[in-house]
Design a protein. Structure first.
Ligand SMILES: CSCCC(=O)C(=O)COP(=O)(O)O
Ligand code: MG
Length: 228
């Protein structure tokens, strides 16, 4: 494959283990959701996210924080990557990274690959279900230091759209100002790769041993076990 202009990267299962997200980060967020909502009654981002939870879950307007948290915990248990949950998690993780409670860990091949792509002239972006706020904090506080200078753009389901829909990849290409064939997407989830390919992007399946999609069928996408 020729060196692409843009390399767009998924996080969970691709750069970082699923346990890093679903155990470390989710366990950190779970008990903090209720207090975060109650302590930020005037934050428009929080107010909007809570209103969206109420709407999506069909809760009454007078639903309590505890009712909202019950819904959020249920979504987390089922790993439903629903936007208002990801927004609230992202705010909590942002604080967790800032105060030193959290440090982002990557698979061992990831940081060398990011640096190699960057040094060889590829431009890097992220497309993850994790909110942009959470993503930026994650890359700013890693076991290898602040990696944010390597990344030019962050996309999530709010500013790009659902990861399994072709239109989201068209939106990202527009923002990047790139032709689809100049972009390659790396992900552990075949359905996401199918959507990116439908938008004309190059695709690479990341089938890591021991990860949930490690033995999935990635046909017709090129597949690797490690990056790049
Ligand atoms: C601080 S980044 C958290 C990533 C996250 O919340 C998530 O759900 C990852 O999903 P992905 O789309 O990267 O597989
Ligand atoms: Mg993933």
């Amino acid at each position: 494959m020729n060196t692409p202009t843009w390399v767009v990267l998924d996080i969970e299962g691709t750069l970082s283990s699923t346990d890093q997200v679903l155990v470390v980060l989710y366990d950190y967020a779970r008990p903090r959701l209720g207090p975060w909502i109650d302590e930020h009654p005037d934050d428009p981002t929080v107010v909007e996210a809570v209103a969206q939870v109420r709407d999506l879950a069909g809760l009454p307007a007078d639903a309590t924080t505890a009712d909202v948290v019950t819904v959020l915990h249920d979504w987390m248990t089922r790993d439903q990557k629903i936007a208002p949950l990801k927004v609230l998690q992202g705010l909590i993780w942002q604080r967790g990274y800032a105060v030193g409670d959290l440090v982002a860990e990557f698979f061992p091949d990831v940081v060398p690959a990011l640096k190699s792509w960057h040094d060889n002239g590829s431009r890097l972006a992220v497309f993850s279900s994790g909110s942009v706020a959470g993503q930026v904090a994650f890359f700013a506080h890693t076991t290898d230091g602040d990696l944010t200078p390597l990344l030019e753009h962050h996309f999530d389901t709010v500013n790009a759209g659902p990861k399994r829909e072709e239109q989201s990849y068209k939106t990202i290409a527009d923002v990047l100002g790139a032709a689809p064939e100049e972009i390659v997407f790396y992900s552990d989830v075949p359905a996401e790769l199918h959507a990116a390919a439908a938008a004309g992007w190059g695709t690479v399946g990341v089938a890591r041993i021991g990860e949930p999609y490690g033995e999935a069928d990635f046909t017709p996408h090129r597949t690797v076990r490690t990056l790049p």
